[in-house]
Design a protein around this ligand. Structure first.
Ligand SMILES: Cc1cc2nc3c(=O)[nH]c(=O)nc-3n(C[C@H](O)[C@H](O)[C@H](O)COP(=O)(O)OP(=O)(O)OC[C@H]3O[C@@H](n4cnc5c(N)ncnc54)[C@H](O)[C@@H]3O)c2cc1C
Length: 503
């Protein structure tokens, strides 16, 4: 083992939405930061995903990595181990959670629990997060939008021309579509923002040391068990031990609990900070269904996500429980989730050559229906013989089904309107649910709470049982909103940066 001589103010593990943002922010505040990232810089052609290749290559499946599902079968997770983590392949839609998302909310199937924070605690950090990530959007259109202290600094980018008449057609049906807020850069080759660009590169490179290809294996505690003293990582084939006054794990909702479970010792026999037995439990993964509509004219199949609809977020005319969020998917050839999820598309792509896929893409309009799930301790990440195992069954299913059927009814009404020319009437709408391998939206496995007997970290992300250990990623979510988790992860990281830098 090689023991690093240097002692850093903070070691951050993982460079995704949480870790990349935190490492950059802390370095700018004058702290010496070591960032340990198991991946490396992603080649531009891999980031630039608008291609039929997206469907053919196992591009976003780490090589040689298999996790095991509830039935014990192995599967290849869709996750990005790279500088920037999953933000290198995300849709870059950065939405705030709604005020009510932070409080206890009855769902169709049980309760969505309250956070120890309120929306107003996070609002200033949402504003900073939007500014840091150059989020382009327009406030005041979506009726569910939470109160904002400032509008977006940048107006939405123009959407594909054929989507404008579709927006008007939806308005005719009483919907209130809005331009979904998206993180954009000025780079024409890779315009969508990510945490490498807006987190790490925005940091102070004199104070920020980045080690790629550094897979953290476990943490070592001091004799009292109250502090982490060593971070053990495999770096290019060697085992290293690093030392920091503060250690922050931001390896994502699956790998963060894995590192802590693997670090069990005499003081923490069930894993570090697992006195509550909640470490790895309460795994939540947004329910995601894609729905295809037939376009009457060709489109490029290569464009970003564009419109959002929250008219059913808190329910509809028939039910008073939340149903969720709808958004246009990116073009079928641009959206990494498609390559993975809708069985209908995967089947097509396996059976027919490029031309067929191009044609399918250019003649479709794709939508995502997204519904929250509630935390369930039986849904968990655990280790068996050091292999990652995922026990997971979606709950809140009826709410999601209702959202899907509600949306298909809306699409049918749009198609039946003689004024609408951009989409065709279809007897059925192909749809597909995201399978277990789509883990990008996972959260909840190290839940945040004031009570150490039922949570893993406190409201700042500090582990209950280890004073200098924090978590800064989607694993701390006590509940899972129906909008994407990205902006909330970034806002929490900025809040933690302030906390760790305060005297
Ligand atoms: C295809 C796709 C599309 C998405 N679209 C959106 C969207 O439009 N909007 C939205 O809000 N969310 C979206 N998401 C979800 C979003 O990307 C995640 O919620 C967010 O990235 C979570 O941030 P994180 O910091 O928790 O983890 P991640 O961003 O996953 O980062 C974890 C980091 O830790 C590193 N790591 C893991 N294990 C170790 C280890 N042992 N040692 C060292 N480093 C390690 C990883 O390489 C990675 O860099 C999408 C996800 C995917 C996959």
């Amino acid at each position: 083992m090689i023991i690093d001589d240097r002692k850093y103010d903070v070691i951050v593990i993982g460079s995704g939405a949480g870790g990349g943002t935190l490492a950059g922010a802390l370095s700018k505040k004058g702290q010496s930061v070591l960032l340990l990232e198991r991946g490396t810089t992603m080649a531009l052609e891999d980031q630039n995903v608008a291609d039929v290749d997206l469907f053919r290559k196992d591009r976003y499946h780490p090589r040689n990595e298999r996790w095991f599902g509830p039935d014990g079968d192995p599967f290849a997770p869709q996750t990005s181990y790279a500088r920037g983590g999953n933000t290198k392949i995300w849709g870059a839609v950065l939405e705030r959670m709604r005020e009510k998302d932070f409080s206890e909310t009855p769902l169709q199937d049980g309760l969505s629990p309250a956070w120890p924070l309120e929306y107003k605690d996070l609002e200033p950090y949402y504003t900073r997060a939007e500014q840091l990530y150059c989020v382009h959007g327009q406030a005041g259109v979506d009726p569910t939008e939470p109160t904002r202290s400032e509008g977006y600094q940048d107006a939405p980018k123009p959407i594909e021309p054929f989507l404008e008449p579709l927006r008007s057609a939806l308005q005719q049906q009483g919907c209130q579509p809005y331009d979904i807020p998206i993180s954009w850069s000025d780079d024409i080759n890779d315009p969508s923002g990510d945490s490498e660009l807006f987190g790490l590169q925005a940091g102070d490179d004199q104070r920020l040391t980045i080690r790629d290809n550094a897979e953290v294996l476990r943490l070592h505690v001091n004799p009292s068990g109250r502090e982490v003293r060593g971070v053990e990582a495999a770096v290019n084939g060697d085992i290293w031990l690093f030392n920091g006054a503060v250690v922050v794990v931001a390896a994502g909702a699956i790998n963060t609990p894995v590192i802590l479970l693997r670090s069990s010792n005499a003081h923490h026999p069930k894993g570090i900070s697992n006195g509550s037995d909640q470490l790895g439990r309460n795994l939540m993964n947004l329910q995601l269904t894609s729905i295809l509509q037939l376009a009457s004219e060709r489109n490029s199949g290569r464009y970003g996500r564009s419109l959002g609809i929250n008219d059913y977020y808190w329910g509809d005319k028939n039910v008073s429980f939340p149903l969720g969020h709808i958004q246009t998917a990116g073009g079928v050839l641009q959206d990494a989730l498609f390559a993975e999820s809708p069985p209908v598309l995967s089947l097509v792509t396996k059976l027919i050559p490029d031309f067929g896929l191009e044609r399918l893409a250019s003649r479709s309009v794709a939508w995502w229906a997204m519904t929250e799930v509630r935390p369930d301790p039986h849904n968990k990440v655990w280790l068996q013989n050091d292999q990652i195992r995922i026990n997971y069954i979606h709950n809140n299913r009826e709410a999601h089904d209702r959202l899907v059927y509600r949306w298909i009814d809306t699409l049918k009404a749009v198609e039946a309107d003689p004024a609408t020319k951009v989409v065709l009437k279809a007897p059925t709408h192909a749809r597909g649910e995201a399978p277990l391998s789509v883990v990008g939206f996972a959260c909840g496995t190290c839940r945040m709470g004031d009570d150490p007997s039922s949570s893993v970290v406190n409201r700042h992300g500090q582990c209950h049982e280890v004073d200098n250990l924090y978590i800064a990623d989607a694993s701390v979510f006590p509940s899972c909103p129906s909008v994407g988790p990205g902006l909330t992860v970034i806002a929490l990281a900025l809040r933690l940066a302030d906390h760790l830098s305060s005297p």
